[in-house]
Design a binder for this molecule. Structure first.
Ligand SMILES: [Fe+2]
Length: 280
């Protein structure tokens, strides 16, 4: 039973402890998420970042990433390497979907949205280390973010259910902080297999971004979605690129930029995702 459930189930908890705990929690959030403090927090955060092209040999890719916020590299992994990854990842994610996965990995089963995720998938699918331990991708992440950047999330994802819409299919940013995501298509992704979409160059500073970032700071990840008024003009300011591609296509993106998924129409989409950032 969780701490909150314990409080709710006892009368002393309901009358005394719960209100006090809520008040302390609200005050803590008021301090840490006060929008007036955001500009200073933002300045402090970005002091830790320093882009340095000398840290990578993938200089051409770095330049495109800096310019557009996103780049796709078709055929980054050859057919054989991709096939080996699929042969390990697909059964694990299908088990997760069927509810028969018995491993210890952290998982997410969102049947309503048709999204199934497994973290640290490299621990049970060693072939995926071709992506997760790729020195070139890591060097690019360090060159783009900071020499101190490391991978902080390794994940496999299955979208197998047509017509289910995920909240991530609406335009949003993943964070106001510097984040770098590399993700790999393990299945062929056409327009109907839930391609990733990115609003090119939306990672660059702009007035609408400051508003959105401050809202994210205040509300957490739910604050990273455009509201109705913003949806009426922000997406139109950018070219929306739809990233279809064969299995083995690698996509690198700065997820401070505006992006979204696409609902699956038929088939299924399997991806591997590696997030980089600076531990703070
Ligand atoms: Fe996202």
């Amino acid at each position: 039973m969780s701490f909150v459930s314990t409080l709710k189930s006892s009368s002393v908890g309901q009358k005394v402890i719960l209100p006090v705990w809520r008040s302390v929690y609200a005050r803590k959030n008021w301090i840490y998420r006060n929008p007036l403090l955001f500009p200073a927090a933002r300045r402090e955060h970005f002091k830790r970042y320093n882009q340095d092209p000398s840290l990578t040999n993938m200089k051409e890719e770095l330049a495109i990433l800096q310019r557009d916020g996103v780049i796709a590299i078709p055929g980054f992994f050859d057919e054989e390497t991709t096939r080996r990854m699929v042969s390990e990842v697909e059964p694990a994610l299908e088990q997760l979907k069927a509810g028969t996965f018995t491993g210890k990995n952290r998982t997410l089963r969102e049947e309503r949205y048709g999204v199934y995720r497994m973290w640290d998938i490299d621990t049970i699918c060693p072939a995926t280390r071709a992506l997760f331990d790729h020195a070139g991708i890591e060097s690019l992440a360090r060159a783009y973010i900071s020499k101190d950047a490391t991978s902080y999330q390794k994940m496999g994802e299955l979208r197998p259910d047509p017509k289910r819409v995920s909240i991530a299919d609406h335009p949003h940013i993943d964070d106001w902080k510097m984040r770098f995501k590399s993700f790999l298509y393990l299945t062929d992704v056409g327009p109907e297999q839930a391609p990733f979409r990115y609003f090119v160059r939306s990672h660059r500073d702009a007035p609408w971004r400051r508003t959105l970032e401050a809202r994210y700071y205040r509300e957490g990840s739910n604050g990273g979605y455009l509201n109705e008024r913003e949806r009426s003009f922000v997406p139109q300011m950018y070219e929306e690129k739809i990233f279809t591609g064969k299995a083995g296509t690698l996509i690198l993106a700065d997820l401070r930029g505006l992006h979204r998924g696409t609902p699956l129409v038929h088939g299924k989409r399997i991806t591997l995702v590696n997030y980089f950032g600076v531990h703070s």
